[in-house]
Design a protein around this ligand. Structure first.
Ligand SMILES: *Cc1c(COP(=O)(O)O)cnc(C)c1O
Length: 829
């Protein structure tokens, strides 16, 4: 299933004067400014409001059509949505970018400048949150009846500054100037309960029933964000929940004359949606985080139930009308929450409630790293969600009985598979709960899904092989090529037409142009222009002057030991030493670009940032290097910065230890924009290699099987250090203070850690990585051959559209169909 042919769009487009009138009306009547007093932010807002108007009717019509036709809906529940900016994306999806640019130009206003004054919506950490955002774009573009559900964090991902070479976090107050893309829905409120106690009673049939009483309540209020499809009439909804205190809670304080107490308690309850936890691939065992997870889960399940109940009385058909996808385990409490509603409120029998729930839920796993797998102490759940803990125990009881009957006399298996971990303090394993409570469990690349079956969830695979499946991640080409890299998009369209925008497989037609010298030349010129643009940004943000003629070697992603930014640094240091050792050598000039945030509490990740900037300070200022090597760290990696970096990259660094990166999506964005990948056989890199061809990618390092064997056999990093003089030299420089003369021991924890454990096997992969980098250098000396392979990379990216991923989810997990929205009127502004 490809995105449907979206040719229903706008025969009649608005005229420039229509657009200008709408823009000026909003400037005057919504913002209340004129051309003398308007700031760039005001002009942005006026445009945003005018564009928003163009979405309104389609949005209402889409929602009515879903209701009228009683479509089966899919609900994508995610703690994170890393949306980035909305204006440019809306202009593209509405197909009115050029029209607006022209209309504003006549008023002396540059539309691109306005777009840049929009603040990123950064309600996510990295790949997981950005995947959710790409999925929303694909769902709407493919006319699928879908809703995203998340939390309206008042503070998103922190803003990163580099101070004295290290990361400094400041709060991301993204709503400060208002958000024109959200609509508060005072009427869509759900009560979210915490604490209290459970009472028992017998119903009319003599069944044991439960009431959850004396709870502390918070209200969840909906904020809706429109999600327009590309070139069609669909506008779906992203619904974000915000915590509000309940009125009765306040009144009880007021009645005691405790005014300040009432306000304080109001503030406390509203803290739930205050801030996003900024740790990626690291489970935070904080109570507030659990409250957030339940807040999202409960508000969403109640909302889904409310919408379902408007049309249906019989809850047994819920799975035929509702599919719920859990983005990682963060919203797993939605499972016991649905079961609770079915048991305690709809008074269903256990077996019926459980069957409905399992048929409704599906779970996506995003990581195999042990530190990222969520577990919650039973003690905390007992206090905050006593009824849910009972239900989880009951789920586990039924489940373990099933395991015991399938695998008799296997106590060890029961212990391993139990939802309750009994070692030390009792914990609930959220991934086990998610698997037991879902009819589908998927990984996000072929390798990752295989590892789930062979290793992490092997016991569950033996029990329910039919539940396990793969959905390789994807990215939306609307944002990551058409919007981010306009010049390349136009060049591509000039040769193969516009079909790729909704059918990325069309890019394969570029293959026959890969040898075309004229096309190669144009391809090179586009890359060069993008590099000049990025070079300007680098100068502005880091003060370092880099040459657009050097090879742009990019590693941009969260800073994490498993992603191995340090391996990249070891290459940089080695390169530096080689240039110094051979003055006047003919090495390929390179600019090594890093960007990414470290979790504020992750000591080693922050030290890695310091090392990168410290190496940059030495290398960039060493006259003996003659500009052959530059190292920059671009601060505050987010979607908007990513949109500038991907189009300018020559080389994409995807160098995680094999078996650790579930998929990666940065790898796909780079290749789509014509970067060549240097990477390990990890995550989706393997599938990228299959698509672009083994000759058009630089693969190095151990395979995930070799990693497993090496660890089992006993790994000795020091052997590599002792036998490889260049590696030894690089590590000795880190340890000895070459990059920290003011504090020679500053980076000792890094070298000590690599020599003592090297958990992610950097030293084992070092030699192979360096060899691979030498091949990169040689190829870059042949610009047309490089361009040919770059074209073949873009041409091979058809598989990695999130449209393909979503088509697979829709067919194989959700069983939902497109609901084509017919145009009812033309642009109405
Ligand atoms: C795509 C993207 C990511 C994920 O990158 P990986 O290299 O797959 O980890 C993280 N952050 C932003 C801003 C992105 O756009």
């Amino acid at each position: 299933m490809n995105a449907p042919d979206n040719s229903t769009q706008a025969d009649a487009k608005p005229t420039p004067s229509d657009l200008q009138r709408s823009f000026l009306r909003h400037l005057k009547h919504t913002i209340v400014k004129d051309k003398y007093s308007a700031t760039p932010a005001d002009l942005y807002l006026a445009l945003a409001y005018a564009v928003r108007d163009m979405l309104a009717e389609r949005w209402l019509e889409t929602q009515q059509a879903y209701y009228r036709n009683n479509a089966k809906r899919v609900y994508y529940i995610s703690m994170e949505f890393l949306m980035g900016r909305t204006l440019g994306n809306s202009l593209i999806n509405l197909g009115i970018m050029e029209e607006w640019e022209g209309a504003l130009k006549q008023l002396g206003i540059d539309a691109t400048d306005l777009q840049e004054s929009e603040w990123d919506a950064g309600l996510g950490n990295g790949g997981l949150g950005r995947l959710a955002a790409c999925f929303l774009d694909s769902l709407a573009t493919m006319s699928l009846p879908a809703y995203g559900y998340g939390i309206r964090f008042e503070y998103g991902m922190f803003f990163q500054k580099i101070v004295d070479g290290g990361q400094y976090e400041t709060p991301d107050n993204w709503l400060r100037y208002g958000n024109p893309w959200e609509f508060g829905r005072q009427e869509h409120l759900h009560k979210i309960r915490y604490h209290g106690r459970v009472t028992e009673y017998r119903d009319e049939e003599g069944m044991q029933r439960h009431d959850w009483v004396d709870t502390h309540d918070v209200m969840a209020m909906a904020y809706d964000v429109p999600v327009p499809g590309y070139g069609n009439e669909t506008v779906n909804t992203l619904r974000l929940w915000s915590a509000k205190s309940t009125r009765d809670f306040e009144l009880s304080f007021f009645n005691q004359g405790n005014y300040i107490g009432a306000v304080e308690s109001k503030m406390r309850t509203e803290n739930i949606s205050k801030v996003l936890y900024p740790a990626d691939h690291m489970a935070e065992g904080k109570e507030l985080r659990l409250r957030q997870e339940y807040f999202l889960s409960s508000a969403t399940v109640q909302d889904i139930f409310y919408r379902f109940s408007k049309k249906h009385g019989d809850v047994s058909i819920l799975p035929t009308k509702v599919a719920i996808q859990l983005n990682d385990t963060h919203p797993t409490l939605a499972i016991p929450e649905l079961v609770r509603i079915l048991l305690d409120e709809k008074l269903l029998a256990w077996d019926d409630a459980w069957k409905i729930s399992v048929e409704t839920f599906a779970y996506t796993n995003h990581t195999v790293l042990p530190e990222a797998l969520e577990t919650w102490p039973v003690r905390i759940l007992e206090n905050i969600l006593p009824r849910h803990l009972q239900i989880i125990y009951q789920i586990n009881d039924h489940f373990l009985r099933e395991v015991a009957s399938r695998f008799p006399d296997d106590m060890e298996r029961l212990r391993r598979m139990s939802i309750v971990a009994e070692e030390g303090e009792k914990h609930i394993r959220m991934a086990h709960l998610a698997i037991v409570g879902s009819h589908s469990v998927n990984g996000v690349s072929a390798l990752h899904s295989q590892i789930l079956k062979d290793d992490l969830f092997h016991d569950f695979y033996e029990m329910w092989p039919e539940r396990f499946n793969n959905k390789t991640n994807g990215i939306t080409q609307r944002r990551w090529l058409k919007h981010a890299n306009r010049w390349l998009a136009d060049l591509v369209s000039s040769r193969i037409g516009h079909g790729w925008i909704t059918d990325l497989g069309e890019l394969a037609r570029l293959r026959e142009l890969a040898d075309d010298r004229e096309f190669q030349q144009q391809w090179i010129e586009v890359k060069q222009a993008n590099k000049r643009h990025l070079a300007d940004l680098i100068l502005r943000d880091t003060g370092v002057r880099v040459s657009a003629d050097s090879l742009f070697d990019c590693q941009t992603k969260r800073i994490h030991e498993y992603k191995r930014q340090l391996l990249n640094v070891l290459h940089v240091i080695t390169r530096y030493n080689r240039i110094k050792a051979t003055p006047g050598c003919a090495i390929t000039p390179r600019t090594v670009i890093f960007s990414g945030k470290a979790a504020p509490s992750y000591f080693m990740a922050k030290l890695i940032i310091q090392l990168i900037t410290a190496v940059g300070a030495v290398v960039n200022n060493d006259p003996a290097i003659h500009g052959l090597l530059k190292v920059v760290f671009m601060p505050n990696y987010n979607v908007s910065l990513a949109e500038c970096i991907f189009p300018a990259a020559d080389l994409s660094e995807q160098i995680s230890t094999a078996g650790t990166e579930a998929s990666g999506t940065g790898n796909m964005k780079y290749a789509l924009n014509g970067a060549l990948t240097i990477g390990t056989l990890d995550g989706a890199n393997i599938e990228i290699m299959e698509e672009v061809g083994r000759d058009n990618i630089f693969i190095f390092g151990l395979t995930s099987k070799q990693v497993t064997h090496l660890k089992r056999a006993g790994y000795h990093p020091r052997d590599h250090y002792l036998s490889d003089p260049e590696l030894k030299q690089a590590l000795d420089m880190i340890a000895g203070g070459t990059f920290s003369p003011d504090d020679p021991d500053r980076f000792r924890p890094i070298s000590d850690n690599l020599l003592a454990n090297d958990h992610y096997l950097l030293l084992a992969d070092y030699a192979s990585y360096i060899t691979s980098q030498e091949q990169v250098d040689r190829l870059y000396q042949e610009p047309y051959e490089w361009a040919r392979r770059s074209i073949l990379n873009t041409a091979g990216m058809g598989k990695f559209s999130s449209d393909r991923t979503i088509a697979e989810y829709a067919r194989e997990i959700w069983n939902i169909q497109p609901e084509i929205i017919r145009p009812t009127r033309r642009f109405n502004i």
